[in-house]
Design a protein around this ligand. Sequence first.
Ligand code: SAH
Length: 348
Amino acid sequence: MREIYSLERSDFEDYFVSKGLQKYRATQIIEGLYRTKAKSFEEITNLNKDIKKMLSDDFSFSTLEIEKVQKASDGTTKFLYRLADGNFIETVLMVQSYGYSVCVTSQVGCNMGCKFCASGMTKRIRNLEPFEMVLQVLLIDNYLEQMEKRVSHVVVMGIGEPFDNYDNVLKFINIINDAKGLAIGARHITISTCGLVPKIFEFASYPLQVNLAISLHFPSNEKRSAYMPINKKYPIEEVISACKEYYKKTNRRLTFEYILLEGVNDSIEDAKELIKIVRHLNAYVNLIPYNKTKEDLARTSIERRDKFFEYLIQNHINAIVRKEHGTDIDAACGQLRVNTMKEKEEKE
Ligand code: SAH
């Protein structure tokens, strides 16, 4: 049986047409699921009994269990969800000046193996299905609704490499973007990738104006390969030529993420190399404070970070320093999941 939250509008339309029904039924069910937020087929009030019966024969109406909620002093809230197969994933709600942003997990674990990343410490167990990503957002939207708020932005920057689960992630985006459903605007959605080049090319043909962020982090192949194994497969030049093509085709501005690691990639020499790479792309550089996950890596000091930042600005690079969220909870992607798994192992 298919999961009801894994269907996008065109899937519902195809389904209803195949049953000899009208296409507009798709809008009715989308409104029922994402506006009136029915918790069962019974609760979808704008569909008649026969259609509800048919739907319940053909689709499951699963949800996610909330295992743990951690709230930081700045309002950042982490949700640890338990999936039907017992795996855990985490989702973060961030309170921003411009709204409420949800950081979504796309895989259980991750195979990219970046040395500084908590998620990379556990191998990928499986990809998430579209409904498992949709529910991460929907359940947080329900949580916010109690305070008369709603989710305004979504970033696919949680556990996993979204371009390693490409089809499901794009379906998820189509679902949350539907104007009759959660209606998260494409420009309010960001996907972050460590640089899977063929998928960057493919993504250039995706019709929605979704933002793309590239985890560059290191300005030379030597350094990048030492911390990000994917760089051996897709080195910086290939990532950049894919980005150029992407920009030419879509005109969408790219973001390059750059974690500042003390003594590793934070000198003025590093900044110079970074400028050479991004200069001809109309891109932002997002300087990210490192959340400690490893003993031998440290966060760059504020003074050094400011120097690096100023140098980029003086050289006409659009740089920003990412504001930190939830530093008093397990803030780094994947930390809550890894820590909970450790706790459970210790108890057993
Ligand atoms: N796999 C995707 C998305 C998930 S990670 C990607 O690589 O982009 C989201 C962002 O958090 C990436 O830029 C990632 O490099 C960064 N990140 C990972 N570990 C981090 C840490 N310990 N501190 C700060 N940022 C981290």
